[in-house]
Design a protein around this ligand. Structure first.
Ligand SMILES: [Zn+2]
Length: 261
């Protein structure tokens, strides 16, 4: 297929998935079905017609407001659609010669986007997403491009990755509790990191943590600098773990990559 047509198709597909992820983020914490009822404005409850529900385009046409009552639509909606489309396009171009891994890594990225946004908005991690990541890791272990060797060696890569992730983040959670006397790293982060390790192995666990600490520190510094949060306010960790994990699903970084330039 022509690269331009492929790009446009994949990008539109990504926008549609992003639109669905937005629905999941809004509904899963409330325990509402993600399939029905149809989308409604949360303010005036008017049903949203299909032409007002097109990813990105409707937001631009409506200038970010509900057609009926004018309440502003959270900027999260177009942002998540764009982000999902960009990630989908990048992954397709990187992994299109390895369709099984493309499907697994993209599915994992979608789960990570959803779990992070729910954590960001509600400070809750739905562990079902972490279990789904572990299951993906197990199913893909036998063709995972980051793992090597025969079936038992690959199973060991899957298992040691998940275990390392859980043990390291578990230790961080324990330390955080002792030092700050409150939950700095949550229990949900432990399962999430086990899921990430199950897909990216031990190497992926270390570099995900490197990326997460870096982006987390930048974000925390920004919050403190602009007085949006105090030193000890709760900042969800899972969005940074997820960002690191998505980078590693796209291309595996080894710990040495951070020290040898
Ligand atoms: Zn409305």
């Amino acid at each position: 297929m022509n690269a331009g047509i492929l790009f446009v198709t994949v990008f539109i597909f990504g926008l549609i998935i992003g639109s669905f992820l937005n629905v999941c983020v809004s509904r899963i914490p409330k325990g509402v079905s993600i399939i029905s009822p149809r989308s409604r404005c949360p303010e005036c409850l008017a049903p949203i017609s299909f032409y007002d529900n097109l990813p990105l385009i409707s937001y631009l046409v409506l200038r970010g407001n509900c057609r009926h009552c004018g309440v502003s639509i959270p900027f999260r909606y177009p942002l998540v659609e764009l982000l999902t489309a960009a990630i989908t396009a990048l992954f397709v171009f990187k992994w299109r010669a390895d369709i099984p891994w493309l499907i697994v890594s993209l599915s994992a990225a979608y789960l990570l986007i959803t779990v992070s946004l729910i954590d960001f908005e509600t400070f809750m991690i739905a562990d079902a997403f972490s279990y789904a990541l572990m299951l993906l890791g197990f199913v893909s272990a036998f063709f995972n491009p980051y793992f090597n060797g025969g079936a038992s060696a690959r199973f060991l890569d899957f298992f040691s990755g998940g275990l390392t992730g859980a043990v390291i983040v578990g230790s961080l959670a324990w330390l955080g509790k002792r030092i700050y006397k409150k939950e700095a790293v949550g229990e949900g982060d432990i399962f999430l990191m086990a899921g990430i390790g199950a897909l990216t192995g031990v190497q992926g666990v270390f570099s995900t943590l490197m990326f997460a600490s870096f982006f987390g520190a930048v974000y925390g510094g920004w919050l403190i600098l602009f007085k949006k949060a105090g030193r000890f306010d709760h900042v969800p960790f899972s969005p940074f773990l997820s960002l690191g994990a998505v980078i590693n699903l796209y291309r595996l970084f080894r710990i040495t990559d951070f020290f040898i330039w």
